[in-house]
Design a protein around this ligand. Structure first.
Ligand code: XMP
Length: 612
């Protein structure tokens, strides 16, 4: 329900789209309080909002999925703006038509046709971000088309009704996602709506919430103690400082678990850093790599791996709590919002992947009130802002993100060629799309996780080779292939200049040997990025081992995945420059098991940042 404090607020109706909280975060970044609401809530409970935003959804508006939501909110006289599914629902409610046709994923160009306060300050053409399978095909009375879309090049086929409005009712719909960072002027559009059309006052900021969040921790924890899993990453370090602020060091224990899935020498560095931040006295460090490795033994399914890692964290946590003589102890975690949404943590969201801090045992502990997660509603940028407000230095708050399951999700595992891998059909389909493109594509007999139109996809990557194709060409080809060829969600480009004709799966699981190899390769990539001064320009750069042999050489394809992103909900592949790429390739190719080196050139969506 609406915040008790009397401030201007915006409601975000959660239809289960992956960007729901991103919408709220973007509104908050404008200085206006935003909260996520269930579209089934009673219409009356929405009366006090200054504006209402409708999110995207994994459901299909054309098939009237989720047809039963409280559509009455559209008749309250409050300004409404819908994105993707929300846009289609507004169009339908206003007498328009929606059909399941004409998908678009990734970058597109919006061509404005009619002026509107929603687009004030925008050019006549703007880059926007799409991820949809349904389309508004006709408009009801009073609605006008504000713009249509074409491909990123601005020239390909037109998609009408990419932006629509009923100005009198103050109802607006956008087929694209202004909330993602890849719609460069999206913030201006949201600002026009929230501050302009809704007239909301800007008086909210996360940096001012240190005391309020500390107070919330004290209230939840009471007289108990907190044992916090501290990985050394930004989230757990910020939350450690917040717990320290709330509880002091007496009732706070930090546990750093070396799970054997860390980067080279990382555990030692984490202990050093936490000690330098004044948290050394309450810190305990355990080497539990044997527990994690044995939990991972023989597993190939990504979800099973994540679950095994998550369960092993809980097992070690419980063991250590007993060792430390802690009785009624709460588990502290630096969980942030994407961990929750991607596990399907809200009513309508699809499970993209189960994050290690959302495995069933932890969900059960949450039901029993045994878990404290003070950052669970925040995105990375907000966590960093909070960290600064807590006095943490720039180097700590700006660290590249590193996933909780660590290298465990960067060592891809498979025991057989996936049943849906139809090599000749895929190769044919890829050849047709790439005809005349100057690039060749080789489908790989493995699968990796992706996200398409808010749904989890588990499909095959394609390895691209060619005569020094430009970066723009490669990323363009990736967008085309993932859009046009069914069962493809990712593209990589071979970096060593070879042109493999054949890819073979070499069955492999997560072993200490492969982890040790990846540690060396990851260190090479990280060192090279540092040497070429790319650590700030690149948001995150996983290095991944894929058990594939190219033309019978070696048994590991090494994939480097540098991305530009801000909140990890979307990402663009980042080029690291010829020199850095050549340096990395030469050094990595020198390792005997290595079959090839490739750079991932796919956006998120349709791929994810991590590989599996
Ligand atoms: P994806 O791969 O979903 O990653 O695009 C988005 C961000 O989340 C991180 N990530 C994880 N973090 N547990 C985590 O703590 C996980 O299971 C996990 N999977 C992905 C990833 O590194 C990126 O920053």
């Amino acid at each position: 329900m609406k915040s008790t404090e009397q401030r201007d607020a915006i409601a975000v109706l959660d239809f289960g789209g992956q960007y729901v909280h991103l919408i709220a975060t973007k509104v908050r970044a404008l200085g206006v309080y935003a909260e996520i609401r269930d579209p089934d809530d009673p219409v009356d409970s929405f009366r006090d909002y200054k504006g209402i935003l409708l999110s995207g959804s994994p459901a299909l508006s054309a098939h009237d999925e989720q047809g039963g939501w409280s559509r009455g909110v559209l008749d309250l006289g409050i300004p409404v703006l819908g994105f993707c599914f929300g846009h289609q629902e507004i169009a339908k409610h206003g007498g328009g038509e929606v059909k399941h046709t004409r998908q678009e994923y990734g970058a597109a160009t919006l061509h404005r046709t009619v002026d509107s306060p929603l687009f004030e300050g925008l050019e006549s053409q703007e880059l926007v971000w799409m991820s949809h399978g349904d389309t508004v095909t006709s408009l009801g009375e009073g609605f006008v088309e504000l713009g249509y879309s074409t491909g990123e090049d601005g020239a390909s086929q037109e998609h009408r009704n990419a932006a629509i409005a009923h100005e009198e009712r103050r109802h607006y719909g956008l087929q694209f996602h202004p909330e993602v960072d890849d719609t460069p002027r999206g913030e201006q559009i949201l600002k026009n709506f929230v501050l302009g059309i809704c007239g909301a006052k800007a008086d909210w900021s996360v940096g001012n919430q240190v005391e309020a969040r500390a107070e919330a921790i004290r209230k939840q924890v009471g007289e108990r103690e907190v044992l916090l899993l501290a990985s050394g990453g930004v989230d757990s370090t910020v939350v450690a400082k917040l717990f320290e602020r709330a509880l002091g060091t007496e009732r706070l224990r930090l546990l750093h678990i070396d799970n054997g899935l860390m980067r080279k020498n990382e555990s030692a560095e984490v202990v050093e850093n936490l000690t330098a931040l004044g948290l050394g006295a309450s810190l305990r460090h355990v080497d539990a790599s044997a527990t994690f490795l044995s939990a991972l033994e023989g597993l190939t399914d990504p979800e099973a791996k994540r679950k095994a890692i998550g369960d092993a964290f809980v097992e070690v946590f419980q063991r250590e709590a007993v060792q430390l003589g802690l009785g009624d102890v709460l588990l502290g975690q630096g969980t942030i919002y994407p961990d929750t949404i991607e596990t399907g943590g809200t009513k309508r969201a699809d499970v993209i992947k189960t994050h290690h801090n959302r495995v069933p045992i932890i969900q059960e502990m949450m039901r029993q009130g045994k878990v404290v997660e003070p950052l669970a509603d925040l995105y990375k940028t907000e966590v960093r802002e909070l960290g600064k407000a807590l006095g943490l230095d720039a180097a700590t708050v700006q660290r590249h993100p590193f996933p909780g399951p660590g290298l465990g999700i960067r060592v891809a595992a498979a025991d057989e060629v996936p049943a849906d891998y139809d090599e000749s059909r895929l190769q044919q389909a890829v050849d047709v799309v790439l005809e005349g493109a100057g690039v060749r594509g080789l489908p790989l007999p493995v699968r990796s996780v992706g996200v398409k139109a808010d749904l989890r996809s588990y499909e095959h990557p394609v390895l691209l080779t060619g005569d020094q194709p430009s970066w723009e060409r490669l990323t363009g080809v990736a967008t085309l292939l993932t859009r046009k060829v069914e069962n493809i969600n990712r593209c990589l480009c071979e970096l060593s200049g070879r042109r493999p004709r054949q890819a073979r799966l070499i069955p492999a699981t997560v072993t200490r040997q492969r982890l040790d190899l990846l540690r060396e390769l990851d260190r090479i990539v990280m060192d090279s990025l540092k040497r070429h001064d790319l650590m700030e320009a690149v948001w995150q750069c996983p290095t991944v081992l894929v058990p594939v042999s190219l033309d019978g050489h070696g048994c590991e394809l090494v994939v480097v995945r540098p991305v530009h992103s801000e909140r990890a909900m979307t990402a663009r592949p980042a080029w690291i420059g010829d020199d850095c790429a050549a340096e990395i390739t030469d050094q990595i190719m020198a390792f005997e098991p290595v079959s090839g080196v490739a750079i991932d050139v796919t956006t998120k969506p349709p791929a994810t940042i991590e590989w599996e």
